[in-house]
Design a protein around this ligand. Structure first.
Ligand SMILES: C[S@@+](CC[C@H](N)C(=O)[O-])C[C@H]1O[C@@H](n2cnc3c(N)ncnc32)[C@H](O)[C@@H]1O
Length: 204
């Protein structure tokens, strides 16, 4: 009887893992040809404890070397997992501008900003191709699990370069379990060259 239950659990777990693997492969195959933003209903799932442990807001903010008073852009903030931590670090003398192409996502993030009382974080619906900012005005541009969703990455990279100050920093992070995780370099020298970058790009 006991063995029967363990066996059933074992096969259920195997079936579950096989299903996840199968879905991952299907999504990856589709994404190979089509790049589009994540459906709104899935955005909340990204903020789960396993992910937060592996790719924590602290880790991302540390990587950005955020200093008080900085002006920082996040492209594709989703639920705002990283936005809020970066907002706390720039303090009230700095600001975070979070731009997402999905209006529903922006509305959800605005509600979070109000709930958490962040006065230096603005959430605005805008495309990565056309950020509503003057040229060379921000210290950092960062994006997490976003670049693979953008069809014309060179165009987006050019736009990030446009808004960054000359000594600014661009931070691009991906997440291994994301079906969009780039198995080959997203930001290789070819893409950088086409985006008119004159410095070598290295993966961290
Ligand atoms: C996979 S989610 C990542 C959300 C968040 N950065 C995170 O890691 O939890 C990708 C986000 O990028 C946004 N996005 C996709 N393409 C975009 C584009 N061209 N311009 C601006 N935002 C975009 C999507 O709407 C979505 O909120």
């Amino acid at each position: 009887m006991g063995i029967g239950v363990i066996e059933a659990l074992y096969y259920s777990l195997l079936t579950f893992l096989a299903l996840i693997l199968f879905l991952g492969v299907v999504v990856r195959l589709v994404r190979r040809f089509y790049h589009f933003p994540i459906p709104f209903f899935l955005v909340g799932f990204l903020e789960n404890p396993v992910r937060l442990r592996i790719q924590s807001p602290k880790k991302i903010a540390d990587r950005l070397d955020v200093q008080p008073g900085m002006n920082i852009v996040e492209v594709g903030p989703g639920a705002g997992t990283f936005t809020m931590e970066v907002g706390r670090r720039v303090t009230s003398s700095g600001a975070v501008y979070a731009f997402d192409i999905s209006l529903k996502t922006i509305e959800k993030l605005r509600a979070r900003i109000v709930k958490e009382g962040a006065t230096n974080v603005a959430a605005v619906a805008a495309s990565a191709y056309d950020l509503p900012l003057v040229s060379h005005s921000v210290d950092r541009v960062f994006l997490v699990a976003v670049l693979a969703e953008i069809t014309d990455r060179q165009r987006a990279l050019r736009e990030f370069t446009r808004v960054l100050k000359p000594n600014g920093l661009l931070s691009i992070s991906e997440f291994l379990s994301d079906p969009d995780y780039p198995l080959k370099k997203l930001c290789d020298d070819g893409a950088a060259r086409q985006a008119s970058w004159r410095f070598p790009v290295t993966a961290v």
